[in-house]
Design a protein around this ligand. Sequence first.
Ligand code: ARG
Length: 464
Amino acid sequence: MTLWESRLGRSTADEVMTYTASLRFDRRLAVDDLAGSRAHVRGLARGGVLADREAAELLLALDTVAEEIEDGRFAFTESDEDIHTAVERRVTEIAGDVGAKLHTGRSRNDQVATDLRLFTRRALRQVAGEVLALQETLAKRATDAGDAYLPGYTHLQRAQPVLLAHHLLAHGWALARDFDRLVHTVDRLDVSPLGAGALAGSSLPLDPDGVADELGFASRFENSLDAVSDRDFVAEALFDLALLGIHLSRLGEEIALWSSEEFGFVVLDDAYATGSSMLPQKKNPDVAELARGKSGRMVGHLVGVLTTLKGLPLSYNRDLQEDKEPLFDAVDQTVAGLRAVAGMMRSAAFDVQRMQHAADGPTSAAVDLAEWLVQHGMPFRQAHGVVGGLVRDSLERKVPLVELVQAHPALGAEAVELLEPGVAVTRRTTPGGAGPEPVRIQMERFAHRLAVDGERLASASRNR
Ligand code: ARG
């Protein structure tokens, strides 16, 4: 039996239920649906729509439903279209006639919007916590890396040596922006839609402010049409997760490169690598590759939801039911991905020798030579030309660059010292730069940022 049987004389066709029912995925909103119903019942009691005794009976029935769902005893039936109808049906079975009052002044339109906001608030905070955990791992590895260095690349060509700590923290700062975005998205979504009804509010004395307060929302909706139509928070959450996914993808791509024999900069822990079913020698960086691969799916979810929203007239349309599966999947994949990537980064063994050897190539201090000339009075463009000429000469005539530098009238023995292994990286002294001095400061600032963000998340969660 469906809720609308009295209006539509015939029962819904099976294939319609198959196509339209959302219970399969929205049962995940059960906790939030129950929280919303409790707040709604109390609001109705405050307005005098429900007698205190009726409210108490409904709350008791909701508690029973919560227990049944929690320990898996809850029996869903064929006609349960979604979690909202399932809970209401069961409350009515338990509480009898008074159960028929649960949905007073409420629609599934404001109900589902409320549930999904509660879910998203909790889920994004969970993701933010996992982001912090990965950042902490990167910070720890950066600290442990000390003054180890590797080539920094542009165009995937060796450019200038950078500290390994600097490289790791570059990913850490990208994650700091992800954290920030997640927190701000939660701030914006923290608005209760409950009390908007189907689209226009109610003739009954509802208490949307009290209900919002009870659910821990920062405020209630201002416009009932907007309240039931707005899925900005889903799109924003999906954007945040897509960009976070892209950051993991970029990190994953580097780990895949670094763990190749060609680079050999990192050896993954066996627990964070996989083997080949055919090639006995293989050890594959599948976590890194899936961090890269799954980001495509995240972008797909974002584009899918934006496309669903595009052109929808006010207010609620069933199209909006398509918001949930992409969001749930994006959250699940992100949490799983962050944990796997954190484990991979925590356990990976960096081959510092190989990194440094690659960074000590003869040309990696080229710009230092040019800057040395600048410090001795030569205009940069001219210095750039001098060093570029020496590099070309060295390659074409197969003469070591050191010899050419030694012999050059404007350079000589003092400049040769710049080419000594490990010297170039120490010369990156400017704020935010890749050398030991600025990186030490950067690490302090990063640790401070982590502490501040950890407190931000904890205090936001304390206020619900
Ligand atoms: N399952 C629906 C959704 O997720 C619940 C709201 C249904 N409302 C309606 N008027 N049919 O959007």
